[in-house]
Design a protein around this ligand. Sequence first.
Ligand code: SF4
Ligand code: SF4
Ligand code: FES
Length: 390
Amino acid sequence: MAEATEFTLRLRRYDPESGDAAYWDEHTIELEPHRSVLEGILQAKARFDGSIGIRCSCRAAICGSCGVRVNGQPGLACHTHLDAALASSRDGVIEVEPMGNMPVIKDLIVDMDAVHWKKIARVTPWLINKEPIPEREYIVDREAMVDVTQSMACIQCGACVSDCLSMEVDPLFVGPAASAKAYRFVGDPRDDQQRERLTDLAQDPHGIYTCTHCFKCIDACPKGVAPMSQIMRLRRRAGSDHHIDDRNNGHRHEASFVTLIKGYGLLHEAELLPRSYGGDSWFGKFHPKAGKVLMSSLPAITKAVMRGKVKPKTALLGHKIPKDDLKSVQRIYDKVAARDQRLELNLYITGYDEDVDGAGTAPAAATSGAAQTGADSGQPGQSPEGSPSR
Ligand code: SF4
Ligand code: SF4
Ligand code: FES
């Protein structure tokens, strides 16, 4: 059995009611290296300072109560081993701070009601069943349930919310956790309001098109929910399946992006803006909406040209890449277009299960022949670890 070792914790302390500024507080604890950061904090609280504020319950990565930042990375204190935390520390001291994007109630406890739960409530987080209700149970395709399993794994810890860059800029953004929750029902064939839910999230100026694909929520999530992938699924359903023409120009922007890469092999930035507003074709720039946005961007464009950041020729004609390279890019498009149906990758199910013999050699459960699409780049090997279904 591993021997108890000394670890120094540097805890962020703050009591808004005191009127004092936040400060760092250090305590040295003694525990086996495989024990968790949460256990370390609880030992410091028991031995040295009972006023340390930390929220926890299950201590087993199930309840989602103990979200914090350890050495700047959001996650669960009970799911972070002391030795791993020490290895990722800057100076041999394990730094623990409250999560971001939420107000601090005390020390490491943030106000989840003020941000996280409000956003969850905003997406109508329950099933609105189809009528008529069957006499017995609803029969649902296995594939459809597999599709929503990943979002069902969420334990509402708020780690993804903590470091969402878009939410930092736009606090009204619906955010990663609530978007994943929304997909839980949009992807459920028993739900009767899928189009309404999608319209709501697509038309909201702080909805699904506010995400900037920074991947932070994917990195942060201790349960492999990959909230950004759920947002991409919502977008595909809204724009491609339900043809929702959102007032945020979100779907048009995505479509233009795809068309331009196909045509030029690289992004033609000068075309992207007018097409996103005016429509996905060369004529898009003549649409009044495109004219308006081009006019308003003129000072920025002129500045970029004058500073040499943009060459007028490239701005007008776009980038050129070798013909063979362009053909290779276009072959990818052809391959995707040749598929009979869009298949969503759900690595929560199809990824490698670390707990099964022969780990890393075979998919845990090959589901519907899932293939990777678009931004669905989740994390292989991130197994469910006993998450409850929600
Ligand atoms: S990928 Fe989108 S939702 Fe996720 S953290 Fe980044 S901006 Fe937020
Ligand atoms: S999506 Fe992941 S990180 Fe976000 S609240 Fe759910 S479990 Fe936590
Ligand atoms: S205490 Fe329950 S998830 Fe950490």
